[in-house]
Design a protein around this ligand. Structure first.
Ligand code: HDL
Ligand code: ZN
Length: 424
């Protein structure tokens, strides 16, 4: 296919490689499809600054194994500042910070123009103290070159519920909502009394109009939040269908609500919860999920879109194959323990080879606002390495590549594919 006269044909390997690196590094991120960030109106729910950045639960896990002189209980007894100083000393000073979560802190500080070689915690704290949250949100989105992020919005969180009930819809257009409903599928015995207290006529045994009322609960919150998808983090052993309440709740409430709203359901599967409770949020591990659960959800509900990320590396190839079978299945991201350059590389290569462009390459899973900066710098680099090889393979066939085509492809993989898929 010959390029249009207005397009920039890339002639030769180095022109292609240079274009791919530049485009991956500079293309505006249309949407980060999964984060735990909040807009400024949610106050302390939005974490930011040096002490939050360095006490990220990934680093808590690392410091508890690296410096066993301080037990998890002793660590959690420290103040946030003491925890941060302890992590800085143990994971950055006492040994080279080569792990992905450690490198990320440094990438972020460097992107802010801070001197990580000479500076220390108090210097970095001074930088953050000199700004306001509103200005810092602007700085982070500009530095990350990001347009929008999707929050994780939990109506079962009392603190978050209050903001939605008191202040209504989100007004900062950079922050889109995702309706997160784990309790409905994972801990129904705990969710049921809360829904009943909120005025929904629900019974533990799902009798009466329970499933209708669960769907009404979902529609009420969709009205408030305008979510771009509904999501649930599910264990590695989650099964569908099953004789567990989760199956009728999915079949009669969650999936019909998603279809009515025209949004995907996002099962995020593979968590092995709290294998080490002493580590608290850092205590979850990973297990291989049953891809058959994903296949049966897609097959039983062809009119619902499923936006899926799996936590186990061992599930990734299966997920690509399943996506080849079901057009209503879109894989996304290199989630949590997969968000490491070597694994991002492997997953992205097999996705391009098996799915072309019909997936979303990454999400950040940020818990701290500043992570938006480093997680995307690292992921953009990993994506560029894969796409360079893939476009050079294409070039070797004699195919003509243009910068414009690569730009459109990269924007798609960075999240536009999701927005197009849901018609936003
Ligand atoms: O359930 C989830 O959305 C996970 O991402 C958890 O929040 C996990 O603790 C996490 O932060 N992973 O990056
Ligand atoms: Zn998450």
């Amino acid at each position: 296919m010959s390029a249009a006269a207005s397009e920039t044909v890339l002639r030769g390997s180095s022109a292609i490689a240079n274009a791919v690196e530049r485009i991956c590094r500079t293309t505006t991120l249309p949407i980060d499809v999964h984060t735990h960030l909040y807009s400024g109106r949610f106050g302390d729910l939005l974490l930011w600054g040096f002490d939050e950045l360095i006490t990220y639960h990934y680093l808590i896990a690392e410091v508890c194994r690296t410096n066993r002189a301080v037990s998890p209980d002793q660590f959690f007894a420290m103040s946030k500042r003491e925890q941060a100083d302890h992590i800085w000393q143990s994971l950055f000073i006492d040994e080279s910070p080569v792990s992905e979560a450690r490198r990320g802190v440094l990438t972020c500080l460097q992107a802010y123009g801070l001197d990580v070689a000479e500076g220390g915690p108090d210097d970095f704290r001074e930088f953050f103290a000199a700004t306001t949250l509103e200005d810092h949100i602007d700085r982070v989105f500009a530095t990350a070159n990001a347009e929008k992020v999707v929050m994780t919005n939990d109506p079962f969180s009392d603190e978050e519920r209050a903001v939605w009930l008191e202040q209504g819809a989100e007004t900062d257009e950079r922050f889109l909502a995702a309706l997160r409903i784990d309790p409905l599928l994972v801990t129904w015995h705990e969710a049921q009394p809360r829904l009943a207290a909120w005025g929904y006529d629900v019974a533990l045994d799902l009798s009466g109009i329970t499933l209708f009322e669960v769907r009404r609960f979902l529609m009420d919150w969709a009205e408030r939040m305008s979510p771009v998808y509904m999501a649930a983090s599910l264990g590695f052993n989650f099964a569908y269908p099953d004789d567990h309440p989760s199956t009728p709740i999915l079949n009669e409430a969650i999936i019909p609500a998603c279809v009515e709203l025209g949004i995907p359901f996002s099962p995020m599967m593979g968590v092995k919860r709290q294998v080490n409770p002493a580590l608290r949020l850092a205590g979850d591990a990973v297990g291989k999920a049953d891809i058959g659960t994903v296949e049966r959800l897609c097959a039983h509900h062809p009119d619902c879109n499923f936006f899926v990320t799996l936590l186990s590396r061992e599930n990734q190839h299966e997920l690509c194959v399943a996506a080849r079978k079901f057009p209503n299945l879109m894989p996304f991201g290199c989630w949590w323990f997969l968000n490491d350059p070597s694994i991002i590389d492997e997953i992205t290569r097999e996705r391009v080879e098996l799915l072309g462009h019909s997936f979303v390459a990454q999400h950040s899973d940020c818990r701290v606002l500043d992570q938006l900066v480093y997680k995307w710098i690292h992921s953009r680099e990993a994506l560029a390495a894969v796409l360079t090889d893939k476009y050079l393979d294409l070039h070797a066939t004699g195919w003509q590549l243009t910068a414009e085509q690569i730009e459109a492809d990269v924007r798609g993989l960075l999240g536009q594919n999701f927005l197009d898929w849901i018609g936003r």
